[in-house]
Ligand binder design. Structure first.
Ligand code: PLP
Length: 318
């Protein structure tokens, strides 16, 4: 804390430049090598000494957070600068919050961009009993267009202004969602509690398992609880044998989907996405998950991860 009575001196220009350089380099290095890339590599790439890096960012977390906090903020700035439209995919984010430095307040997912898409697919945090979804926007003209599009492009019954589609939310699904909406905040709290319990149960520097990271400017709603492990297939198998269901979200990155063959991307073009699609594993998560169930999941996960070095040693000896 700054002692009272002192004046606020502006940091010197070279210090600001160094900080900027480190942030730019960190963005590139983390993108190429993942969050565990070495800070020495970041300092080298920024052309500053490691001491300078530590002066600006005393811990890896501080640097990581500064890089990604800027990322979110930058999206809005870039959209403004290049006259782009910022759209949110909030399909897994019902009730998630983000602190906007620019506006100095917390903002709810679905309120940042010009419009946001929410999915009410049955498995979502707020799920219908069939297909359903919604778009949020503060733009009245856009709202008018979306209402029209979802209803065969009709401006009013039988008057089709544009070609639309049949995307209305049906009344039965809407009534189910209205009832479930009352419980959403409570379910979110339970998911957050479950996430923090997993954090405690699975946290250990010896284990090769990366847990979700939540910076202090975000409040996640944990639609999924995704961990990263190098021996994912083995872990999945072990959990399945123990009767524990898991999922992979998602196994094939977008650029390698056959549907996007025509874009001409191939393996190696997005190494971070490719590595993550090999390593991510979604553990059981939901508002009804009990502490005992989580303890059993954690026990099996740790058993499997701990088995790995023994298996490697056995393989080397054999
Ligand atoms: C992030 C994200 N975007 C979009 C979608 C698509 O939602 P829907 O199946 O309701 O069209 C999903 C659903 O899994 C999602 O998780």
């Amino acid at each position: 804390m700054r002692p009272s009575g002192t004046t606020t001196r502006k940091p010197r220009a070279d210090a600001i430049r160094n900080r900027e350089r480190v942030l730019e380099a960190a963005k590139a290095v983390f993108s190429a090598g993942g969050a565990e890339a070495s800070l020495e590599a970041v300092a080298r790439s920024a052309g500053v000494g490691i001491g300078t890096l530590y002066r600006h960012f005393p811990t890896r977390e501080a640097l990581f957070e500064a890089v990604y906090r800027r990322e979110v903020q930058h999206l809005a700035d870039l959209a403004e600068q290049y006259n782009l439209i910022l759209l949110e995919d909030a399909c897994q984010a019902h009730g998630a919050d983000y602190f906007s430095e620019r506006d100095g307040c917390w903002k709810r997912a679905g309120s940042m961009g010009m419009a946001a898409a929410f999915s009410f697919y049955p498995g979502k945090n707020l799920g219908a009993c069939g297909e359903a979804g919604a778009v949020t926007t503060n733009d009245p003209e856009l709202a008018r267009k979306i209402r029209m599009l979802r209803d065969h492009g009709q401006i009013r019954k039988y008057y089709h202004e544009v070609e639309g589609y049949n995307g209305r939310l049906d009344a039965i699904q809407a009534s189910i969602l209205l009832i479930k909406l009352k419980y959403l905040d409570d379910w979110t709290l339970r998911r957050r509690k479950a996430a923090s319990r997993y954090g405690e149960l699975l946290d250990s520097p010896q284990h090769e398992i990366m847990l979700p990271y939540q910076p202090d400017w975000a409040q996640a709603v944990y639609h999924l609880f995704v961990v990263c492990v190098r021996n994912r297939e083995q872990l999945m198998k072990q959990l399945s044998l123990a009767g524990i269901g898991t999922g992979i979200h998602y196994p094939i990155p977008l650029h390698l989907q056959r549907a996007y063959n025509h874009l001409g991307y191939s393996n190696g073009d997005f190494p971070v996405s490719e590595r993550l699609s090999d390593e991510v594993l979604s553990l059981p998560m939901g508002p009804e998950l009990t502490a005992a169930q989580q303890e059993r999941v954690a026990e099996e996960v740790l058993k499997s991860v701990e088995l790995r070095p023994q298996l490697c040693a056995a393989a080397a000896a054999g």
